[in-house]
Design a protein around this ligand. Sequence first.
Ligand SMILES: Cc1cc2nc3c(=O)[nH]c(=O)nc-3n(C[C@H](O)[C@H](O)[C@H](O)COP(=O)(O)OP(=O)(O)OC[C@H]3O[C@@H](n4cnc5c(N)ncnc54)[C@H](O)[C@@H]3O)c2cc1C
Length: 370
Amino acid sequence: MEEFQANTVVIGAGVVGLAIGKEIAAKNNEVIIIEKERKIGQITSSRNSGVIHAGMYYKSDTLKAKLCVEGNQLLYSYAKKFNVPFINTKKIIVANNETQMDQVLEIKNQAELNGVENLEILDEKQVNQLEPLIKSFGGLLVPSTGVVDQHSLMQSYLGEFENNAGMISYNSKVKKISIVDNRFVIDVRDNKNNQTIISCDYLINAAGIFASDVANAIEGLEKKYVPNTYLVKGNYFSLNKKIPISHLIYPVPEKISLGIHLTLEIDHSIKFGPDAEWVDDPYDYLVNENLKSKFIQSINKYLPDINENMLSPAYAGLRPITSKEDRVKRDFIISTVENHQIQNLINLYGIESPGLTSSLAIAKYVTERI
Ligand SMILES: Cc1cc2nc3c(=O)[nH]c(=O)nc-3n(C[C@H](O)[C@H](O)[C@H](O)COP(=O)(O)OP(=O)(O)OC[C@H]3O[C@@H](n4cnc5c(N)ncnc54)[C@H](O)[C@@H]3O)c2cc1C
């Protein structure tokens, strides 16, 4: 059995764990990131839309609103500074009737309260001038939305982390955590069940869809402080044809998700999704071809000339959700000593969208609290 010590341990090498790790390592702390997979970002952080969100939809007093709006600016600056590929595509939220246009106006008001700037209401003709293939009643132009190459972003966070002497341990699954003399003692196993013990003063749980499982493995953390994590699967289909569209196109949002939208990859290819379906299996990543007809129904409301033959199953991701309430009522949970009575422990739950956009702001928020 091997033993290691560090000042801080971060569990999870997704985009959030890496951002937190690099931020803490930059302050001259000894940090170890523990990751059960063989590489960084193998779970939700490489199974998303890669969108740099503006921070439109969330109520102003939420962490999502605060950290997304701040994270958006931090992410653009970071990507420019470290040459991480991104495109400031902008997005258009399209309404297909007058009632939806009223909803678009409400979204605009909320977004402005959140600090999102330069939003522009468009009529049908203006949408058409920007995107001739898109059918709409009108819409909202959001200039601060874009897409980032999330793999390059994570690689860049990792590079900075390692440059600041951060260490990362792959193939290392956290099984159990005890607290001995105010230090966390972490029982880590590789895939052959070989044991390593890592102890630290500060512990950050950024385990994504497994964050509640990891928190439940902390001896002494009362279960009443650990929210459940439910899973909402989002499937994607890619468009196997080139069509001239340069903005991200979003319908008016639905109750549990943003609706099946059109996003661009960094190479300008087009994908549609994600949809939203509750699942139990945390390894359920298969995209069912039968979903095509549901996708086409939604897509055709704003892009009429697309048919099933033009879609190919792409990939799926799982959203970690801490409450089965409507989309607008869900927030990130960043749980500190004030919430759970254990010093020097921070648990991050429900880091669904816009977690990628918010990663640098989340890292700042967490670092200020340890
Ligand atoms: C369908 C979908 C679309 C999305 N689109 C966007 C978007 O366009 N823009 C945006 O901003 N956000 C988006 N998101 C949200 C974004 O992807 C997440 O918020 C972000 O990736 C979360 O990162 P994370 O590091 O918290 O989690 P993860 O990437 O899941 O990382 C957690 C890591 O912890 C590791 N781990 C778990 N348990 C253990 C253990 N016991 N021991 C050791 N390691 C462990 C895992 O292996 C994993 O690598 C989307 C999410 C989904 C599902």
